[in-house]
Design a protein around this ligand. Structure first.
Ligand SMILES: Nc1ncnc2c1ncn2[C@@H]1O[C@H](COP(=O)(O)OP(=O)(O)OP(=O)(O)O)[C@@H](O)[C@H]1O
Length: 316
């Protein structure tokens, strides 16, 4: 495997921030580390980048053990949330800065930096000051500066968190395009499920310093390993211990002679593309149902409905 992380543990004093973390990443794959605030995502990234020592465990990158190497000796580039660009330098100078520690002639460095700016579609801004660029453009300069050194592994810590909602969506596609073009193995930290789902080949879901599940977006959504995953990823109805049904998997209809009403709609939330319903069932339970907006608005508050669905089992 290209990146192997084996039994990594990290303590801050007597607080265990990472507990026995084990996972693998294939070459050219994009892995999203997803989880709630404080679960240890950034700590894991800092340990992979060499910015934090670990107490036990091993990291192998491209068959080399890098666990104890300082950041500058790891073939790894990190883009932090703040981008860390130098405001007094031009775009080109910022990207060339990444090459400072390689023994390249000035001409070679300029050529490489310009080629990378071309890749991220910013060549025309090469001689502009950093503060003349938008947030999304600055993000791409930070990416270019990291990628120009041709690292074996790219680490991105919540790279879209400083951008507005619309730009986040277009930057997701942009980062994915660049990552795939360069076939660069990438680990991307986010607390945003949609971001992880839309970008990652594999998702590593964390909670309280542990890895709780690893898999594709479909694996994790369709086969949640435990209640935490069910709650964190999407919406769900927990029916009984270990049994659940997703709201969009419930079919709702008007009662017929053969199918009596099982509940009554007590709330309708119109969200445009979808409509969310809260159903009070006659057995005393409550269910959430989501339907696509298919426009006949049959179901209003007070409508009695029948429901059909198949229960799924956690971990199944
Ligand atoms: N330098 C430190 N010293 C002590 N505790 C720390 C340190 N850095 C992080 N922690 C603790 O370790 C835990 C994990 O923090 P971390 O920043 O990795 O979480 P995170 O999942 O990235 O959160 P967020 O999404 O909010 O950035 C938290 O409880 C945090 O308070």
């Amino acid at each position: 495997m290209y990146l192997s992380v084996n039994h990594l543990s990290k303590w801050y004093g007597d607080y265990e921030a990472l507990r026995d973390i084990t996972f693998e990443v294939k070459e050219g794959e994009l892995l999203a580390v997803l989880g709630p605030s404080g679960c240890g995502k950034s700590t894991l990234l800092r340990c992979l980048g060499g910015f934090e020592p670990v107490q036990s465990g091993d990291i192998y990158l491209n068959h080399e053990r890098i666990t104890d190497l300082p950041p500058e000796l790891r073939p790894v580039a990190t883009v932090f949330q703040s981008y860390g660009l130098f405001p007094h330098m031009t775009v080109l100078e910022n990207v060339k800065y990444g090459l400072k520690f390689l023994s390249l002639s000035r001409q070679e460095a300029t050529k490489k930096a310009l080629a990378m700016l071309e890749r991220v579609e910013l060549a025309q801004y090469a001689h502009q000051a950093i503060h003349d660029l938008s947030g999304g453009q600055q993000q791409r300069v930070a990416l270019a500066r990291s990628l120009v050194i041709e690292p074996d592994l790219l680490l991105l810590d919540e790279p879209l968190s400083n951008l507005d909602a619309k730009l986040r969506v277009s930057m997701r596609e942009e980062i994915k395009r660049i990552q795939q073009d360069l076939h660069i193995t990438t680990i991307f930290v986010t607390h945003d499920q949609e971001e992880a789902f839309s970008m990652a080949d594999t998702i590593l879901l964390m909670n309280q310093g542990n890895v709780v599940q690893t898999g594709s977006a479909i694996d994790i959504y369709e086969h949640p390993a435990e209640v935490f995953v069910l709650d964190f990823i999407g919406k769900s109805n927990l029916l009984a211990e270990n049994c659940y049904v997703r709201p969009e998997k419930i079919r709702m209809g008007l009662p017929t002679k053969n199918q009596p009403a099982q509940g009554e709609i007590c709330q309708v939330v119109f969200k445009g593309e979808i409509i969310e319903y809260d159903i009070h069932c006659f057995d005393g339970s409550n269910l959430s149902v989501v339907t696509l907006n298919q426009s006949d608005y049959l179901f209003q508050v007070g409508t009695k409905v029948c429901l059909s669905y198949t229960e799924k089992t956690l971990g199944g």
